[in-house]
Design a protein around this ligand. Structure first.
Ligand SMILES: [Fe+2]
Ligand SMILES: [Fe+2]
Length: 137
């Protein structure tokens, strides 16, 4: 198993400082969960990951959503729906954090990694481009 699951690279950068900083923080946490699974300590890490995600979503998603509103982002509906889908998935994570097996933790970690890298590379980058164009970051 690789040490880290996701490497930070330019392909993930939106070019907006606060957005990149927050995304890098999330990626570091996914790697920490991956590491905990490798060391068979996934249960405690799943608990702290859930707590981290609750506040991350509150801050990060609302911040992006505020920018979308202010900039009248044409992708706002699609982007907000994607965030909502992630919020729904978080309830699943919450439900399994106390009883989750190694396998569940592994599959959750994989899903998180897939969701976030796809989301950043597509819709978050489009928002980043819009913020840069409007020059209000
Ligand atoms: Fe987003
Ligand atoms: Fe984001």
């Amino acid at each position: 198993m690789k040490e880290t699951m996701v490497e930070w690279s330019d392909s993930l950068a939106t070019g907006i400082l606060w957005q990149d900083f927050q995304h890098a923080g999330l990626i570091a946490r996914i790697n920490r969960l991956h590491q905990a699974i490798t060391n068979r300590q996934s249960r405690s890490e799943l608990r702290s990951m859930t707590a981290f995600l609750e506040s991350y979503i509150e801050n990060h998603f609302s911040m992006e959503e505020r920018y979308m509103e202010v900039l009248h982002d044409p992708d706002m509906g699609e982007h907000a729906r994607a965030h909502q889908q992630f919020r729904d998935n978080l309830s699943q994570l919450r439900a399994c954090k106390d009883t989750g097996s190694q396998l569940t933790a592994s599959s959750l970690c994989y899903d998180l990694h897939e969701w976030i890298t796809h989301h950043i590379r597509t819709i978050d980058k489009r928002l980043g481009r819009l913020i840069r164009e409007k020059g209000i970051d």
